[in-house]
Design a protein around this ligand. Structure first.
Ligand code: 7RM
Length: 653
């Protein structure tokens, strides 16, 4: 146990299993040995600027070359100074003189089962046309375009068209409320809105245009609105403000050279919910972000030219930006894009898609994996998943037992798993195994990628020794890092660069073990403090999930007179059987056996569902309030399903 005064985090979980890649996988991988990884990592660490400058020259198209790799005036970084490039050029035009011209760029499946494939050449033509549409609506460099659209190829086309003319996109997940759209539009001062007549979700139509109409009534900066026809329902079109996508496209020319833009031209802003309520517009720029998304995609997914790569995220999240659109397309990959829910028409939809398109690489979230486990193996067993060669996860820590299920049931014990740790702010993956090089440990995101220099510090800002938890920081700028919070430099400095001077503060806790493997221990704000021992949420949760009746668990601290905090856990169980008092006792004993008496929960509450964000992260902040018997306070606009909160409160009474 650690020195309590320093604010280090105690660890109670010991995971010893190790899974090296098979010889077959490693021998075909671009980076196929620990030594090859280490050589790349060392080269980057020795001189990060030179490392990234060389890659930037090789990997991106430059209308004008940059003169300097990095200008670092903490906390403000600029990369590839003086250069001019265009992200849409790098994603599209760059492939047109190669064999990839006729290769599928996007293979799309709609929720009702409709299919479309766009080759690089076709995608390029669509993007050029829509870029001309944007221009005809008065959109140019620096203008903000708000995008509230379903997961259709047009969503990617819209993003790339903005990039082409140097405009800034702000994609808002098509599940947010009118209020949330208006907040974001006003903060961004968006000029144009893109939406659709509706979206398919579990066989029903979500009325996106109706929601947008309500939002635009409160978004005075938005002048015009373009509406994609997707579900063919009736929508009200406001004369002079609203235009049909297909009508504008009919008249648009497919000739639209990419606008050379400065390396540091804003490519997009993406809003994340701050814990205080007001959403933050995370700002990413062109060249550095593009390079980072491309290289991390190639490294982590061991990119091969004939792969079908499926990232199941929505383009409304950073994962969709970096690993559906910008990373894969600049690498010339074929991406699969799916519009709908994983359980429509049935719980085997994902496996049906994997089988049908012979998907090779699958990148999804722990929340989805836990749902699949809960839904039962029958849905998986019906399908041939032999095309898969690599699996990935992102979004939350993955409990080791969920990792094992993914490894066995989906990966057939043959596919490496890349547990990728990163954030909206980091632009791309920061820590992950390189699958041909790094043996994996279930629950660890393993090692930093080349050019990423992590540092774990305690409250005294001292680096902690191996196996001690502390605040995870990044010690050197990297090309994919956020450049700021939209129109709020003070908040940017305060949030990320003040508590630990000179280093980027991630907001997560982590520990690094004796083998140099990193273990993310959850958000700093979520630490549970029991009698002076600071415990990580994920370790308590993983101990619960290792019980065969538990599907999901969330651990939080609640005030306790004696211990400071007591541990309260919220548990969902597999199957339909009602939980009993006996099970509660059994779980308590199980956790005690797995990780010790100190981490054993005082309070176990069974629930049918946990409160989650729309991207599937457990909202422990709300559970903390409920465990303390308080009304859940703070921002709930990102909550996916409000009825879950109501039910949890009822259980409480
Ligand atoms: C990509 C994304 C970021 C936060 C991050 C962590 C958590 C993400 C992992 C993870 C453990 C992982 N961007 N997180 N990936 N925790 N292991 N592999 O999710 O901005 O939406 O969230 O998500 O807390 O800080 S995000």
């Amino acid at each position: 146990m650690s020195d309590r005064s320093s604010g280090q985090i105690d660890t109670v979980m010991i995971e010893k299993r190790l899974f090296p890649p098979s010889d077959d996988f490693a021998s075909r991988a671009a980076i196929g040995s620990p030594e090859a990884y280490q050589a790349l990592y060392d080269a980057a660490q020795a001189d990060p600027e030179a490392f990234w400058a060389k890659l930037a020259k090789e990997e991106l198209h430059w209308f004008e070359p940059f003169t300097k790799a990095l200008e670092w005036e903490p906390p403000f970084a600029k990369w590839f100074i003086g250069g001019k490039t265009n992200v849409s050029y790098n994603c599209l035009d760059a492939h047109l003189q190669t064999e990839r011209r006729t290769k599928p760029a996007i293979v799309w499946e709609g929720e009702p089962g409709d299919e479309r494939t766009l080759t690089y050449e076709q995608l390029h033509a669509e993007v050029c046309k829509f870029a001309n549409v944007l221009r005809s609506l008065g959109i140019g460099q620096g203008d903000v375009v708000s995008i509230y659209m379903p997961m259709t190829p047009e969503l990617a086309i819209a993003m790339l068209a903005c990039a082409r003319v140097g405009a800034v996109h702000s994609v808002i997940f098509a599940g947010f409320s009118a209020e949330a759209i208006a907040d974001r539009n006003n903060d961004a001062q968006a000029k144009l809105q893109l939406t659709s007549d509706g979206a398919w979700r579990r066989g029903k139509v979500l009325p996106l245009k109706e929601t947008v109409d309500e939002a635009l009534a409160k978004s005075p900066t938005v002048e015009k609105c373009v509406v994609l026809r997707r579900v063919e329902n009736d929508v009200a079109m406001q004369e002079g403000r609203d235009f049909w996508w297909h009508e504008l496209m009919e008249q648009a020319s497919a000739d639209c050279p990419a606008e050379p833009v400065d390396s540091e031209n804003t490519l997009f802003i993406l809003y994340t919910s701050g814990s205080t309520g007001k959403p933050k517009g995370i700002r990413h720029t062109s060249a550095g972000y593009n390079l980072y998304a491309k290289k991390t995609f190639e490294w982590v997914f061991d990119y091969r030219d004939d792969d079908i790569f499926w990232c199941t995220a929505d383009c409304g999240w950073i994962t969709g930006h970096s690993y559906i659109v910008y990373g894969p397309l600049s690498a010339g990959a074929t991406v699969l894009m799916y519009e709908g829910a994983p359980n429509f028409p049935a719980e085997d939809r994902f496996w049906e898609i994997v089988e049908k398109y012979r998907v090779n690489v699958l990148y999804t979230a722990p929340t989805a994996i836990r749902a699949f486990i809960k839904w039962g193996d029958d849905h998986v067993d019906k399908h041939d998943l032999s095309s898969l060669r690599l699996l990935g996860t992102v979004g939350e820590g993955i409990n080791p037992e969920a990792w094992m299920w993914y490894h066995k049931k989906i990966g057939g014990e043959r596919c490496p798993i890349v547990d990728t740790w990163w954030q909206t702010e980091t632009g791309g993956i920061m820590m992950s195994p390189l699958p041909g090089a790094i043996p994996t440990k279930p629950g660890s995101c393993t090692k930093p990628l080349p050019g990423v220099i992590p540092s774990i510090v305690d409250e005294a800002l001292e680096e902690v020794p191996a196996d001690h938890g502390g605040m995870l920081c990044i010690a050197h700028p990297w090309p994919g890092m956020l450049r700021g919070i939209w129109r709020d430099d003070a908040r940017y400095s305060e949030q990320y660069w003040t508590k630990v001077p000179g280093k980027y503060l991630t907001g997560d806790n982590a520990r690094c073990d004796g083998d140099g493997y990193y273990w993310i221990m959850g958000r700093i704000d979520d630490v549970i403090n029991v009698s002076g021992h600071r415990l990580s949420t994920i370790e308590v949760e993983s101990a619960l999930v290792s019980h065969d009746r538990v599907a999901e668990a969330a651990a939080v601290g609640r005030p306790d007179e004696l211990k400071g905090q007591a541990i309260a856990v919220f548990v969902t169980i597999k199957g339909d059987a009602e939980p009993t008092e006996e099970l509660r006792q059994e779980l308590r004993a199980h956790v005690r056996k797995e990780i010790g008496a100190l981490a054993s929960p005082d309070d176990i509450r069974f629930t049918a569902a946990l409160p989650k964000t729309r991207s599937g992260k457990i909202m422990r902040r709300l559970l903390r309030d409920i465990a303390a018997g308080k009304e859940a306070a703070g921002d709930t606009s990102t909550l996916e399903d409000f009825s879950v909160l109501a039910k949890l409160r009822q259980n409480d009474e």
